[in-house]
Ligand binder design. Structure first.
Ligand SMILES: Cc1cc2nc3c(=O)[nH]c(=O)nc-3n(C[C@H](O)[C@H](O)[C@H](O)COP(=O)(O)OP(=O)(O)OC[C@H]3O[C@@H](n4cnc5c(N)ncnc54)[C@H](O)[C@@H]3O)c2cc1C
Length: 433
């Protein structure tokens, strides 16, 4: 019976190595070079980080998100999940392991839909970790509903000319290229009329108007760009996949992106739980340790249970992706994971923060960053509400309405049926009394 929660010993050895390596070598990068993980490596920073990447490569843990046919290691999503939950503890770790969002999702769609030339130009350097990419889809007036997008590309001879605005294009400022979703045929439904283009960031007309930061980040030092595409001319060869294929491609990308975020979120939530437990055991007040107070025990028990449920859900979904090799078949569970993710991270980080008292809300501890991260998880790659709708629709597909006034499980009718089914035995039982 193949229902197993064990990791094979060879891979477990690699995970143990990764665990120690991230703690000792990578987490310190978050403090030495905070928020610089998406800027080009140069000078001393390259000197420090290149050897770390080399060690990851030597271990065969570089870019494990893609299969061998697509240029990656071919470990599959389940193994990636086990690795990602270690990497989730550190901002720099995904970069050092060559599997950072949004580049993973972008690499995945170029691998699936790109021409040989596009793979050579974009995918190979992306997999090498030598450049960054940006996924430019959301518009200032519309995010959750892509059918409202208006940024367009119009054919002009052998070229396409892109015009419009995109918002929250993460990492555009440091990316070498943008994957832009635009309307190419306004006459048909958005599902058939939108296409994706690969646009080098230095193409004339790509204007980054401002880099929006998350709360607490300094003005114009954020990484989420408002971009004006102002008569951006690209050749026909810049089209990714076929004309009108943007929605199909987006689903491929976002499916992978969402589950990868969830894998890393396990690591972050575990870190919060670890800190909560350490603090609970260390701090004494009113005659006993925090860990002896029932409220705090409740925080710990609830957090442990929430995280365990979430982790099993993520690992199961990763296993399903490996099994079916088709995101569409796993859509319901990916959406369910996406729905659960912000709450799990928020609740555990919030409780950990509370247990740390005043120190918890300072910039000397990471909890408010985690809480902001939870809020981001409820929006990036689509708001929770939209994913709930997806889950509900998919769940409802397995059900039929009843034509009867009374529900199928209405007890009086079922009781009558049960009595009729066992009439012979029920009579005998009465007779024996
Ligand atoms: C940190 C971060 C990074 C991001 N990176 C990128 C990126 O790299 N590229 C990119 O293209 N986009 C990116 N996004 C944008 C993200 O995809 C959008 O924020 C998201 O799709 C929601 O769009 P919106 O913000 O315009 O919200 P809106 O569409 O205005 O929705 C606002 C709210 O309305 C409600 N709502 C919306 N639709 C429904 C519905 N159907 N049913 C019920 N309620 C609903 C929800 O409460 C929702 O939060 C990023 C966002 C964040 C926060």
């Amino acid at each position: 019976m193949a229902w197993d929660f064990e990791t094979d010993p060879e891979y477990q050895e690699l995970l143990d190595w990764a665990d120690e390596f991230v703690t000792e070598q990578v987490e310190p990068l978050d403090l030495a070079w905070p928020h610089l993980q998406f800027t080009q490596l140069e000078g001393k920073r390259r000197e420090a980080i290149d050897p770390l990447k080399a060690q990851v490569r030597e271990k065969g843990l570089w870019a494990t998100h893609l299969g061998p046919e697509l240029g990656g290691q071919g470990y599959g999503q389940l193994k990636l999940a086990l690795l990602n939950e270690i990497l989730g503890r550190s901002q720099w770790a995904p970069i050092v392991f060559g599997c950072q969002a949004p580049d993973t999702g972008n690499a995945e769609i170029i691998a699936h839909y790109g021409t040989e030339e596009q793979k050579k130009q974009y995918l190979h350097p992306l997999l090498e970790g030598e450049l960054f990419s940006c996924y430019s889809m959301t518009e200032p007036h519309a995010g959750a509903d892509p059918t409202l997008f208006t940024t367009s590309a119009v054919r002009d001879g052998d070229d396409w000319v892109i015009n419009g605005w995109k918002f929250f294009s993460s990492n555009a400022a440091t990316a070498s290229f943008l994957i832009v979703m635009v309307v190419t045929n306004p006459e048909v439904s958005a599902y058939q009329g939108m296409s994706m283009f690969l646009v080098p960031t230095d193409t004339p007309g790509v204007k980054i108007v401002r880099n929006v930061g998350l709360y607490g980040e300094a003005d114009n030092h954020g990484s989420h760009a408002l971009i004006h595409y102002d008569n951006v001319r690209v050749p026909a060869a810049a089209l990714l996949g076929g004309e009108g294929q943007a929605f199909v491609i987006a689903q491929t990308r976002l499916g992978g992106g969402r589950i990868h975020h969830a894998m890393r979120t396990i690591g972050l939530a575990q870190k919060a739980l670890d800190m909560m437990c350490e603090r609970a055991l260390s701090r004494e007040t009113q005659g006993s340790r925090l860990s002896d107070k029932q409220f705090v025990q409740g925080y710990i028990a609830d957090s442990y249970a929430q995280l365990l449920q979430f982790r099993l859900m993520v690992l199961y979904t990763a296993w399903e992706i490996d099994k079916y090799n088709d995101y569409k078949k796993v859509r319901k569970d990916i959406a369910a994971v996406k729905v659960a993710m912000p709450t799990v991270l928020h609740d555990i980080a919030w409780r950990a923060m509370q247990v740390h008292g005043a120190l918890g809300v300072t910039n000397e501890m990471p909890f408010l960053g985690m809480v902001t991260g939870a809020a981001v998880m409820g929006l990036a790659d689509g708001p929770t509400e939209v994913h709930k709708t997806t889950v509900a629709r998919q769940v409802l597909r397995d059900y039929q309405p009843t034509t009867d006034t009374w529900p199928t499980e209405w007890i009086p009718r079922k009781r009558e049926a049960a009595k009729a089914k066992f009439a012979e035995f029920l009579e005998a039982e009465v007779g024996n009394l």
